[in-house]
Design a protein around this ligand. Structure first.
Ligand SMILES: Nc1nc2c(ncn2[C@@H]2O[C@H](COP(=O)(O)OP(=O)(O)O)[C@@H](O)[C@H]2O)c(=O)[nH]1
Ligand SMILES: [Mg+2]
Length: 395
């Protein structure tokens, strides 16, 4: 989990340090009255040409070629180069980071590069672009990504920062922002069920979301979760649109021993849920879990249909199911289904996502909490969203 996120963010932090360190290194070089030794990177034109030729011959071994010392033989004379090779020549060799720095970790490099001198905004801007890109590549909404970078800029830009503090500042900023986005007022499903029970009525939970996002699967998982806690449930097969949707829910009901209320395909979904609520009242069932159609989330009729369900049945909770792997598409889904008036999110397919950004994007867009995570294809692959656990798994 978060593997790609962690890798990319760590790489971006390294790159920030390289850029800041590179700048400081340059400054130090400039200050030196006489160079103690000619840096290897400033090799002769001949050496540049040798390297360029070597790289052009085996482009896949670019990094290996860089690390090797300059070879002295065999060396074709510079004049043998064709004009286009000469034009390409400077690209692979410059600017080359100091070789001794390459093997050092971020902290030691930053330690070597940053003293108590100021980090200029100019250097920081360029460096933070790597971090922003890494966040965007991990499906973090652009507003969130740029917010994180602005936070870091405020903390580092133009400041005299202790060498050892830089990594901590960057990591803390990322964590703080992640936490701030995910830390929405929580929804306690069990408390809702108990409150409805007190009023001697069923608690009605409605699931909405794009086709394939995992609504039906998560209805079954929540049914299993509630049954294990001792609550009785009924399923409302209100996706009367999608082929086999009713049978899919019936199959879960059969396996879990949960009754299913259904109508014919094409029936009014608000009426199906209305009947399920009546059934629950009659039988003293604690919870009604209502499936709905997904179709295409940009479908205006669907949203009107969902609004009608809400008007008629007044669900206690309206949960949006989105896939963690949907990437930035979750932002659009959240905006469109948000019109129905959502209470929270079930983030499905958490097990097959290594980016994590969808969690930030959906909560940022809706300003509603993630209530459950779907973590697999089995009924038990379902758990309450735990902010601390998620945040602590990032670094
Ligand atoms: N790996 C994984 N697959 C899931 C998860 N939740 C749902 N699925 C799968 O996603 C597919 C679509 O789920 P479904 O419940 O039919 O989506 P719906 O169209 O929104 O009702 C099914 O094959 C599910 O088994 C999950 O948390 N992890
Ligand atoms: Mg379904």
């Amino acid at each position: 989990m978060f593997d790609s996120f962690k890798k990319k963010i760590s790489a971006a932090i390294s790159s920030i340090s390289d850029k800041i360190a590179g700048k400081k290194e340059e400054e130090r070089e400039e200050k030196k009255a006489e160079p103690v030794q000619k840096p290897e990177k400033k090799t002769s034109t001949k050496a540049h040409i040798q390297k360029a030729q070597k790289l052009q011959k085996s482009p896949k071994q670019k990094s290996v070629a860089r690390e090797k010392p300059v070879q002295t033989e065999p060396e074709p004379p510079a004049r043998e180069l064709k004009p286009e090779e000469e034009i390409k020549e400077p690209e692979p060799v410059a600017p080359e980071p100091p070789k001794a720095e390459e093997k050092r970790g971020f902290f030691s490099r930053i330690t070597g590069a940053i003293t108590e001198t100021k980090i200029s905004n100019e250097v920081l801007d360029g460096a933070l672009w790597d971090l922003e890109l890494a966040l965007l590549e991990n499906n973090v909404a652009s507003e969130v990504a740029s917010g994180i970078c602005s936070d870091i800029k405020l903390k580092l830009g133009g400041k005299s920062v202790k060498r050892s503090a830089v990594e901590k500042i960057i990591k803390d900023s990322v964590l703080e922002s992640v936490k701030r986005e995910l830390d929405q007022k929580p929804v306690d499903v069990e408390a809702k069920v108990l409150a409805a029970k007190k009023e001697k009525r069923p608690c009605v939970i409605m699931f909405v979301g794009f086709n394939g996002s995992g609504k039906t699967t998560n209805i079954a998982k929540l049914g299993f979760w509630l049954k294990n806690k001792g609550y009785s449930c009924v399923f409302a097969a209100a996706d009367s649109f999608r082929v086999a949707a009713i049978e899919q829910l019936e199959e879960h009901g059969r396996r879990l021993g949960i009754p299913v209320i259904k109508h014919q395909y094409g029936a009014d979904p608000a009426a199906v849920i209305f009947d399920a609520i009546a059934h629950a009242k009659a039988k003293g069932i604690d919870v009604v879990l209502a499936d709905t159609a997904g179709r295409v989330h940009t479908d205006k009729n669907l949203i009107e249909e969902l609004k009608k369900i809400v008007r008629v049945n007044k669900p206690d909770l309206k949960l949006l199911v989105v896939e963690a792997i949907a990437g930035n598409d979750v932002i659009e889904q959240a905006k469109i289904f948000g019109e129905v008036g959502l209470d929270g999110v079930i983030l499905s397919k958490w097990d097959i996502d290594d980016k994590g950004g969808a969690a930030l994007s959906v909560t940022h867009t809706l300003q509603k909490p993630i209530v459950f995570l779907g973590t697999g294809q089995n009924y038990e692959d379902f758990r309450k969203f735990d902010l601390e656990k998620v945040v602590s798994s990032i670094f």
